[in-house]
Design a protein around this ligand. Structure first.
Ligand SMILES: Nc1nc2c(ncn2[C@@H]2O[C@H](COP(=O)(O)OP(=O)(O)OP(=O)(O)O)[C@@H](O)[C@H]2O)c(=O)[nH]1
Ligand SMILES: [Mg+2]
Length: 199
């Protein structure tokens, strides 16, 4: 049974710099993925709070590291999307460095939710992240989101194909279909978070 503390999530801080982050204690799970993939929408669906994380049609909406507290020790983190090509190169590079630094230094990070549009899975940046995570053995759970955009058959096909490609990573990398708009896949996502956050 999922203990639903997700709908108690509350905005904590938007950190422009890593030094603004709360103490590196307790447990964090961060949402990562391409710009516009649906990270902020996934957080809103998982917490069942409509505008908790700001979602937008404009790619590059999330530019800071946004933290949401579930309780005193557990937090969800909305990271800026990678690969936002319209941003000036220097700005884009700065965001990426921030995300990379966060990944490297944050000891309370228990796992990553890698959000990929089911219609465009495994972009180069996603692959790079997966490879990087192998070095530090950080667990990754993939949401193939916007599954409402595909019929059931093609959705399941994509799931199987991506699963087959990720076999090499073993149980450390898991994957599911998800739709923030239709609220599908929430139980599986909650279960994964429950495990990581030790709820
Ligand atoms: N059909 C459908 N659209 C979705 C879903 N999730 C997100 N979207 C749409 O995709 C767009 C981007 O969603 P966001 O949640 O803002 O994406 P993001 O990954 O946070 O984007 P950045 O903050 O720019 O990196 C918005 O127009 C959302 O409404 C979904 O499950 N289904
Ligand atoms: Mg966002």
């Amino acid at each position: 049974m999922t203990k639903n503390i997700y709908n108690q999530a509350a905005f904590l801080i938007s950190a422009a710099e890593l030094k603004q982050l709360p103490a590196d204690k307790g447990n964090e799970v961060a949402f990562i993925g391409c710009s516009n993939a649906g990270k902020s929408s996934a957080i809103n669906a998982i917490t069942n709070i409509k505008n908790l994380a700001r979602a937008s049609k404009t790619p590059g909406r999330t530019q800071m590291i946004n933290l949401f507290a579930l309780d005193d020790t557990n937090r969800l983190v909305d990271l800026p999307g990678y690969g936002y090509t319209k941003a000036p190169a220097a700005v884009s590079k700065r965001w990426m460095e921030k995300v990379n630094d966060y990944l490297k230094i944050r000891e309370c990070l228990r796992g990553l939710i890698l959000v990929m549009d089911v219609r465009h899975p495994l972009k180069e940046q996603d692959r790079r992240l997966l490879e990087w995570s192998a070095q530090c053995q950080l667990p990754i759970h993939i949401l193939l989101t916007k599954s409402d955009k595909l019929k059931r058959g093609p959705g399941i096909n994509t799931l199987r194909k991506v699963q087959a490609e990720l076999n090499q990573y073993g149980d450390r990398v898991t994957i599911q279909l998800f739709s923030a708009h239709e609220h599908t896949g929430l139980d599986v996502a909650h279960q994964k978070l429950d495990n990581w956050l030790n709820l």
